[in-house]
Structures are given as C-alpha cells and as structure tokens.
Design a protein around this ligand. Structure first.
Ligand code: AHG
Ligand code: MN
Ligand code: MN
Length: 332
C-alpha cells in the first residue's frame, strides 16, 4: 500500500511544518484542477497587469497566487509569505515559537506555456524564522542562503500531477490520484545520474552567452566528433519545473546562464523561489547546482526577487561547468 503524503509528513516533519506543507499541497491540488479545466473556465490568457518582474501576468498566475495565499495562511506555523507575483512580503501572523516558518513560491512556473497546454508547475521554499519576542516578519528575515531551507520542492501540472520535495533527508516523489484526491508516494530517495547525454538550454540565446557556457554547449553539439566523445540530446520545455523534473528522473543538465542581453542582470531565474528550491532538490538527489560563482545554495541573497545564473543537474556536468568558469577567471 503506497504511503500517503499525510502519513509521510506526520512521520518526517514536526507538526507545524507538516501542517504548512499539507496546506500548501492542498492549494496545489486546487491549482491542478483549474489548470486541467483551462479554457473551459475562461481562465486562460494574460491580464493587463505586470508583476514586479516587469512580466505580463497570466490570469492563472494571479489565481494560483491567491489560492496559495488563502490556503497557506491557515497553517499556524506560517509567519509570512513571499511570491514571484507580489512586490513585497505578505505577513500572516507575528513570528513566535509556533509561527516559525517563511514560505516563498513561484505560484505558476512556465507561464508562457499555459495557453498552449504544455506542463507548468508551482515551486516552493520554506525557511525558518525566529524572534526573541513576537514581532512581524520583515523582508530581511527572508534573505537567507538556500542552505537554510527546511523544505523545498515543486509540483508539476503535467500528464500526472507530481509533487517532488525534500526535507533535507533525500528527495521524494508523490503523485496525485485524481480519483481519490490522495497524494501517494511513487518514488523515494531519488538519485540523479551523475553522467548524462542530455542538456537543456534556450539555444536561441547562444550569441549572448559567456565563453565558458558557449564552449560547453559547442562541445556537446560536437558530439562524438569532439572532445566529449559522445553525442548529446537537447530538450527545452521553457517550464523550469518540467525541465528539472525530467533531469530529476533521468539525469541531464539545465542551464539558464547570464547572457549579454541584459549584462547587469545575473540571469533570468529568481534565486529565492526558483533556483534555491530546485538546487536543494537536486543536491538532495545527488545532483548539483552552480550560479557561476559557487554552489547556488551558498549564495547570499541581497533582494527578494534577485536573479541568478542557473546551471544544475547531473553532478559531473555541473562540475565541468564550474571548472570551465573558474578557468576563465584565471589570469592568462
Ligand atoms: P515563470 O513563468 O515563472 O516566469 O518562469 C519561466 C521561466 C522558467 O520556468 C523557464 O525555464 C524560463 O522562464 C524559460 O525562459 P525562456 O522563455 O526565455 O526560454
Ligand atoms: Mn518561474
Ligand atoms: Mn511564475
């Protein structure tokens, strides 16, 4: 008999964290239902509004954000939330010994795929917060390295609705049974193969990449005729959750690196609620994540919505990329 999520969390997490994660996953089940209904409910398409990222918001971005806010606010252990879709933090209750967690999320990742029926998802990150006396959480409380996360993961709204997360003791997979509404464990202690023949990058940006990334991808493209001595395959779904899930399941390397289109921007993806949670899932599954300077999880955040370069997945490939970046910094 497969383990249910409630049973797993009751055993693996302290009650406050278990309550928060159950509330968060309940919201994801509701989002999954809406995503499946799509145009039937006239919830597709974009709004007039832009979010703090300067990106046009999809109706489902905002709807998903609201569902998460409403559901998670009920969890007594939650002090405050932050979202890709909200400029500033969303305090829920004063920080106390009970209200001891902060939740960050990208409510709907891969929004450009919503209207064309391609897999999208929700990404989440849980950080601890403490206070000597009851006080409201501040943005500064959120600016912790990803290494501090107590839980992190994602839900993919694809052919299956799949939850992949870690509490710091390995990465586990639960699949939503659409008939019973139960989340059932379908894999535990996921291991990302260290080697791979598959890379994921938006190759249309090739002319804008830094030399180490360009050389790495050119070596992959050279296949068995080049220094890699093997042929590579390429995938790019443009939903980070879907690309990362493929890598979690069968290996691969995902890159959204710095590029010269916006030289002052470290990358497109956001550290706090995209790169950090995915980096924890990867590391807990034997993979790795590198931001062009060091392990993603060691990055010291300077802003709630700061962007980073992301290179994650099979450990041997991430190591190769890190060495190429470090070599590029050596004096000639
Ligand atoms: P979001 O929809 O939350 O803004 O995230 C989209 C991100 C990520 O999911 C994906 O890997 C990347 O944007 C795709 O970017 P391009 O469209 O530039 O390829
Ligand atoms: Mn996203
Ligand atoms: Mn998003």
């Amino acid at each position: 008999m497969a383990v249910t999520l409630q049973t797993y969390l009751a055993d693996a997490a302290e009650p406050g964290l278990a309550g928060l994660l159950n509330a968060m996953v309940d919201a994801c089940a509701a989002i999954s239902t809406l995503v499946r209904r799509g145009a039937v409910d006239e919830i597709m398409g974009a709004l007039e509004s832009e979010n703090v990222q300067g990106e046009v918001q999809k109706k489902l971005d905002v709807i998903s954000n609201d569902i998460l806010l409403e559901s998670c606010a009920k969890a007594p252990a939650l002090a405050a939330m932050a979202s890709e879709e909200m400029d500033s933090i969303h305090p829920v209750r004063p920080v106390t010994a009970e209200a001891r967690y902060l939740l960050l999320f990208d409510p709907l990742d891969g929004s450009s795929n919503i209207d064309v029926n391609v897999s999208i998802g929700t990404i989440f990150s849980v950080l601890p917060v403490t206070a000597d006396a009851a006080r409201e959480a501040t943005e500064a409380d959120f600016l912790q390295p990803g290494r501090n996360q107590v839980a992190a993961g994602y839900v993919v709204y694809g052919p299956q609705t799949t939850l992949v997360f870690t509490l710091g003791d390995g990465t586990t997979v639960f699949t939503l049974d659409p008939v019973t509404g139960e989340w059932l464990q379908t894999a535990e202690k996921v291991q990302v193969p260290a080697e791979t023949k598959e890379f994921a990058i938006n190759a249309s940006n090739m002319r804008h990449w830094a030399p180490p990334v360009r050389a790495y991808i050119e070596d992959c493209l050279a296949g068995e005729t080049g220094c890699r001595g093997k042929n590579f395959n390429m995938r790019w779904i443009a939903s980070m959750v879907a690309d990362v899930h493929r890598i979690a399941m069968r290996g691969g390397v995902f890159l959204y690196p710095w590029d010269a289109r916006e030289p002052d921007r470290a990358g497109k993806l956001r550290l706090m609620y995209e790169a950090n949670p995915m980096a924890m899932v990867m590391e807990q599954a034997g993979g790795a994540s590198y931001d062009g300077f060091g392990p993603t999880l060691d990055a010291k955040p300077t802003g709630l919505h700061q962007r980073v370069s992301v290179m994650l997945g099979s450990a041997a490939e991430v190591e190769r990329l890190q060495k190429a970046h470090e070599a590029a910094l050596q004096p000639a």
